[in-house]
Design a protein around this ligand. Sequence first.
Ligand SMILES: [Zn+2]
Length: 258
Amino acid sequence: MRFYNALLCSNSSTLAKVLKADIAMSTISKKCWSAEFLDAFHGLERSSDFQHRVRAFQTIPQSHFVVDVRKRLRSIWYQANQLGNEDQMDKAAIYHNWVALPLRSVTVDGPPFSVPRYLHLDLGKQTQRNVARFRLHSHALRVETRSWEHHDGTCDKCGLQVIDDEKHALFLCPCIQMCSLRLQFADLFHDLPMAHKITVNQSGSFYFSQACSEDVSIFFQKQTIDSYRFISELMDVFLMAGVHQQPEQSNYLAEGQT
Ligand SMILES: [Zn+2]
């Protein structure tokens, strides 16, 4: 787009003639530069206006173009939102609804996405990798391992016979390791309804009888060092659950050792 605007502003009459000829050719050939350029506007809010400007040899306002491209970029998350039903959510929908940070409004000044805080913190490689894997659904919870192992995805650490997903691991799994871990990081759970909190022994270890998608989302918006440490230790608990079935994956690439 900048290149096109620069062509229009060029003081070379030859260049202007070449551009006009190429734009004229776009009506009969889809392989010329202008045809591909016009095609790239597809899906933008002002696509017809931009295409009209190109055919009329007018410059394209950069601020309008940037905002439209950012709107198109974040539109995939609106599609993910349409799916609604928790059982039918794919990875993109789970990411968007559970662990992604809220989208910013679309302006010309900055991207509509925020960089998660853990990427700026000195948490150590192990914690940072665990948090990243959990957020990206690249973990050893059985909702994920069922795609390559022979089981139905239900949790093997408790007897609830429910899917072992992020929500189950964070709040609902009553296995002793997770209940103890929640007690260790009890401050992270103060905003959940106490009516749903179930204490399992005299030490005060606990789990929740129910939680909703919004609870997972609120948990991930905390972005505190403790919330990241909790996620990392949770990953270690659930990784150990499957360690007899699959060898631990190499850290070689994740640590950037090439
Ligand atoms: Zn469980």
